[in-house]
Design a protein around this ligand. Structure first.
Ligand SMILES: [Zn+2]
Length: 306
């Protein structure tokens, strides 16, 4: 699932590419994206509106639209926004000797040999047609994304936004704030970091990476962490998230940026998804364990259970 650095990458890309563009129409073959809105209501809400700016809150992309409206998009498991031009599949001619990798798809990018033609970018389920001829498209293999639009105050009061914890990379989120929100929390530290009402934006990748940098075992009790460990964890989270933003996120599976290109954090990850590999700090073998329903990756030498 796209986490804070991936959503940040998409939102800043979109701010650069589609700010000022007007949405003239939409197309989808999966109207459930808009629930509880209908496709017709969504189209009426969004049609003709200009994109004033694009930002991020937690793992959500927020589009501020003209007329005091907004659109909230959660890309969920496999969704990512792309900007480009596509044509209906029916117009796309393949050479008869070639296997049609676009079988089952409804849209094909103008440049099939570019990044938008790569296999992770082929699942176009939703398109916003922009006045200048470009398109803002959602590629979403598993169709779990959510998109809602409405008056700005309605959108900002949605449960998915008001329940979010602080942004871990915000300038004004201090170590003191971190100590305040963690005080008295008796759960294990890894699931707590994944809890979006505690902190917003962390998922499995960056929680594992932050705990590795902080040398804290993922199953430790949050309440049992020493002040020194809390300081290390606070600095580790911010360091990892900022490094991942600089590297344009992790493309361990479906995530691609708005041009369809891979992020690069997966090339430098220290613990996440590296079970059986060597710890870059001490050379021990990285282990994986289940905590709750999720897997956690850690170094058993650097991250002691206590
Ligand atoms: Zn180690």
């Amino acid at each position: 699932m796209p986490e804070l650095p991936e959503v940040h990458t998409i939102a800043t890309d979109l701010q650069r590419k589609v700010r000022g563009s007007t949405i003239v129409d939409i197309w989808t073959d999966w109207p459930k994206y808009f629930r509880p809105q209908t496709e017709a209501a969504f189209r009426r809400t969004i049609g003709g509106r200009r994109i004033i700016s694009v930002g991020r809150r937690g793992k959500n992309v927020i589009f501020h639209l003209s007329g005091g409206y907004a659109m909230l998009a959660h890309q969920k498991m496999t969704g990512h926004f792309l900007v480009g031009r596509w044509m209906p599949k029916a117009k796309y001619k393949i050479q008869s000797t070639k296997k049609d990798v676009w079988a089952g798809q409804k849209w094909v990018p103008d440049n099939v040999s570019g990044p938008l033609g790569h296999d992770r970018n082929r699942f176009i389920r939703l398109i916003f047609f922009l006045k200048d001829g470009r398109m803002l498209a959602l590629s979403d293999l598993r169709r779990f994304a959510k998109v809602v639009a409405g008056p700005e105050d309605e959108i900002s009061n949605l449960a998915g936004l008001i329940g979010l914890g602080p942004e871990p990379i915000a300038e004004n989120f201090t170590l003191k704030d971190f100590k305040t929100i963690i005080a008295g929390k008796k759960t294990k530290i890894k699931p707590l970091l994944l809890d979006q009402s505690f902190l917003s934006g962390l998922g499995n990748i960056y929680a594992d990476e932050s705990l590795w940098f902080a040398r804290i075992h993922p199953a430790r009790s949050a309440a049992g962490l020493t002040p020194a460990e809390l300081g290390r964890l606070y600095r580790s989270m911010r360091r990892v998230l900022k490094e991942a933003i600089r590297l344009r996120g992790s493309s361990v599976d479906d995530f691609r940026d708005s041009s369809g290109r891979e992020g690069r954090y997966q090339l430098v990850r220290r613990a996440y998804g590296r079970e059986g590999g060597k710890c870059p700090r001490c050379g021990s073998t990285i282990k994986r364990m289940k905590i709750g329903q999720r897997s956690a990756h850690f170094c058993p030498h650097c991250q002691k259970p206590k």
